[in-house]
Design a protein around this ligand. Structure first.
Ligand code: FCB
Length: 457
């Protein structure tokens, strides 16, 4: 058994968020409308969220106090262009204040340009299916890159582009609530092209980042370890047949398109100039394994429960499996596909307890998998924990708690209350790793999952 895990010098430790989930008041957006129609499962709306828009200074102070080195945040297009062609420069200047405050606290900046939320005017014109969608997105990006381009250490053009395409256009559970395979493909196609253009735009306008090296631009893509549940008989054969199909549609078709410069079926079949090599780094969002379980009641979802829970596997508050080796497998897939530096742009666990032992275990066991990837020669450069504070978890509302810092939506003061894992993460950052002492202090029961071989299959 190992005694400790130490990360390479300069490994970047941060936390992550997204504009709409934390800022509050993003009321010119498609999500705001969707929420106001009562579509969030717990009946909440993003509303003031955790008021990051006004409380950013306090949050950054807390980050600095804990020694967190970087923060991933987003710019909301709907704030910047609330009406078609009308840009709100006051909002842009406010974002600049936020970025300056991060700088002042010596916190590195990872900036996302699209994290699922669209201006309502744009959504009403057809959103990503509009023939000029990429041009319109590019106008917004150009303004932001021109005005705020000096700040980001890392750029994320798009967050999990497969999610708005699949959840919004295929499953119909996110805006624009469509159930159309053709829309899913068209939106993915447009997002691929938008990413390629945005990549070029950033490099043209801001050739160098704050460190003097060429700007680092990528996508935060959503990965899962997709596997059949293992039901006996015909149902199991179906699970097995479906699992490569779902993995392909969820992230492989996207990745193969970027890696080759050819948009691949089902998103189209065309060569896109500038798409190949349009990653300076690969952004990996990893949370869980999808254990595909046959379920005759899921007539709307191909008779599959995508979040089957295998016996002996811990499930978190999202209803997702905690499956650390899937993280290693994902990193290996991304490395084999691109051979580019990797940043973990999101990884985390929903656990509502103040004394969040579930999250502590999850973090430690997942970090051990990053160490395993580094040992295997995979070039992982940094890790952003999702999330800094609790926040508005999309259709799940505020009930799901993913923050290192507890923030009760019902509390009028929205007090920031660090959970135990916030201090644990601070210790990890300080030591640049996990020591025996740290493990004994925070989660002695997962020694085998961190230093041993429990998850090394
Ligand atoms: C990811 C999203 C992020 C957050 C986490 C839990 O898919 O990018 O906004 O909701 O899941």
């Amino acid at each position: 058994m190992k005694k400790e895990i130490i990360f390479p010098q300069g490994f970047l430790w941060g936390t992550a968020s997204a504009g709409h989930q934390v800022e509050g008041g993003n009321d010119k957006s498609d999500w705001w409308k969707f929420e106001s129609e009562g579509k969030v499962y717990d009946g909440t709306v993003s509303g003031k969220a955790v008021d990051y828009w006004n409380r950013y200074e306090e949050d950054h102070e807390l980050m600095a106090k804990y020694g967190y080195q970087a923060f991933r945040l987003g710019i909301e297009w709907a704030r910047v262009e609330p009406e078609d062609g009308v840009f709100d420069m006051k909002a842009v200047r406010h974002y600049e204040k936020i970025l300056r405050s991060l700088r002042k606290h010596n916190i590195k900046i990872c900036l996302t340009l699209y994290h699922w939320v669209l201006p309502l005017w744009f959504a009403e014109k057809g959103g990503w299916e509009h023939p000029e969608a990429a041009d319109r997105f590019m106008a917004f990006c150009e303004l932001i890159v021109n005005e705020l381009g000096e700040y980001p250490d890392l750029w994320v053009t798009l967050n999990e582009p497969n999610v708005p395409a699949a959840a919004g256009c295929l499953a119909g559970v996110f805006p624009p609530e469509k159930k159309s395979f053709a829309s899913f493909c068209k939106v993915s196609n447009t997002l691929l092209k938008s990413h390629a253009r945005c990549y070029r735009l950033i490099h043209d306008l801001v050739p160098k980042g704050p460190d003097g090296w060429p700007s680092k631009v990528g996508v935060a893509n959503a990965y899962q370890h997709v596997a059949p549940f293992g039901t006996p008989g015909l149902a199991g054969a179906y699970e097995k047949a479906l699992s490569p199909v779902l993995a392909y549609g969820s992230f492989k078709a996207w990745d193969y398109s970027v890696a080759t410069g050819w948009i691949v079926p089902p998103f189209g079949l065309e060569h896109v100039p500038g798409l190949k090599d349009s990653y300076d780094y690969c952004g990996v969002n990893y949370y869980t394994r999808m254990s595909l379980k046959f379920d005759a009641a899921k007539t709307d979802e191909m008779l599959i429960d995508i979040h089957g829970i295998q016996p002996g596997i811990e499930m978190n508050q999202m209803g997702w499996e905690n499956y650390p080796p899937g993280f290693f497998n994902t990193l290996k897939f991304v490395w084999d596909t691109f051979k580019k530096p990797i940043y973990i742009t999101e990884n985390g666990c929903a656990d509502p307890q103040h004394d969040d032992i579930g999250r502590r275990r999850y973090l430690l066991e997942h970090m051990a998998q990053i160490a395993r990837a580094l040992d295997a020669g995979i070039d992982v450069r940094g890790y952003f924990q999702w999330s800094f504070t609790d926040n508005f978890e999309w259709r799940e509302g505020f009930v799901k708690k993913l923050g290192l810092i507890e923030c009760d939506y019902a509390d009028p003061e929205l007090k920031r209350v660090p959970r135990v894992s916030a201090a644990m993460y601070a210790d990890i950052v300080k030591k640049n790793g996990i020591t025996t002492k740290l493990l004994e202090k925070y989660a002695p029961d997962c020694a085998d999952g961190v230093f041993g071989d429990k998850w090394m299959d």
